[in-house]
Design a protein around this ligand. Structure first.
Ligand SMILES: Nc1ncnc2c1ncn2[C@@H]1O[C@H](COP(=O)(O)OP(=O)(O)OP(=O)(O)O)[C@@H](O)[C@H]1O
Length: 287
């Protein structure tokens, strides 16, 4: 039988949206029946696991660049933590509210997001249980590539603090409009200690059935055999939802040119400006 996911598909420049348009699921690829794969990031924390070359970049940009029309109206702010020296995130720098390219800088971003969670919790108590993003009161999307550089390979102190802050954001953030998309190449207990706190997982090509079980849970290596995805089908994977359902999907490919064009067309309206003393101390990048 013909596999609807066999041929790659290219992403396209997202369509503009009138200011104030409610955040929607974004079209990131297609499913096994050839229908659009629409991914929801609101109220969800997403773990993307896949070996080198598995296509994590197309999920990352499918998430971030597809939200560009909302970034351009300050309904979404993206905090891009790229611990592979900024190689990936810098491509779409114009879409970023804020970036961090070193683990120490990432800690500052994570702390500030916790402050946002605290402020929102105080504002929302007794009023609402789920933050609704709108211009000027945005969804904060924390994107981390590569997660292990913060959670496992960093200095002991940074690692400990990074894991603590991340676990707090993962437990408290989603109702407050602070959500995470984290990419990891080598998923194991030490690299993703907070695996159970992610609410949806995309398993791209993995190395073994053991890795699939680690990422998706016991019993999932038959239902979502990510270790059997061929190397010549990057961007293909299994989306496993919070409820445990698995779907085979393939992301659209985002070329460097398209990422740059999207960033040029829908630049962020807000850019984080560090307090003077903080920028000097932490060397935080801001534009
Ligand atoms: N969705 C896709 N459809 C078709 N080809 C893709 C797709 N995603 C990625 N590719 C191809 O696979 C290559 C590797 O993809 P990508 O850089 O996203 O992998 P990765 O998982 O981020 O790897 P690494 O962890 O080493 O950075 C790309 O350069 C591109 O040629």
């Amino acid at each position: 039988m013909l596999d609807a996911l066999a041929a790659p598909t290219m992403a396209a420049l997202p369509a503009g949206r009138p200011t104030g348009t409610k955040l929607e699921e974004v079209d990131v690829g297609r499913d096994e029946s050839g229908m659009p794969w629409r991914l929801s990031l609101v109220g969800k924390h997403t773990l993307v696991a896949g070996r080198s070359g598995a296509g994590k970049g197309s999920i990352l940009w499918g998430s971030v660049a597809s939200l560009a029309p909302w970034i351009a109206q300050d309904t979404v702010r993206v905090h891009g933590v790229d611990l592979k020296r900024g190689v990936e995130i810098a491509m779409g720098d114009g879409l970023m509210y804020r970036t961090a390219y070193r683990p120490e800088q990432a800690l500052v971003v994570l702390r500030d997001l916790l402050t946002i969670i605290d402020e929102r919790a105080a504002r929302m108590v007794g009023q609402s249980r789920l933050h609704e993003a709108k211009p000027g009161d945005p969804l904060h999307l924390l994107v981390i590539d590569e997660l292990a550089a913060l959670t496992a390979y960093a200095d002991a102190e940074v690692k400990k603090e990074g894991n603590r802050l991340l676990a707090e954001i993962l437990t408290q953030g989603r109702a407050m409009g602070v959500v995470v998309v984290a990419c990891v190449q080598d998923p194991k207990k030490e690299t993703v200690p907070a695996r159970g706190l992610f609410t949806q997982t995309i398993a791209l090509r993995l190395a073994s059935a053991d890795e699939v079980r680690m990422v998706l849970g016991q019993g999932m290596s038959e239902e979502a055999p990510a270790h059997r995805i061929p190397t010549d089908m990057p961007g293909t994977g299994y989306l496993v939802t919070e409820e445990g359902s698995a779907a085979r999907v393939r992301a659209h490919f985002w070329s460097d040119e398209l990422i740059r064009a999207t960033a040029a067309h829908f630049p962020t309206v807000e850019r984080w400006v560090p307090p003077l003393e903080e920028s000097a101390a932490a060397g935080v990048h801001f534009g």
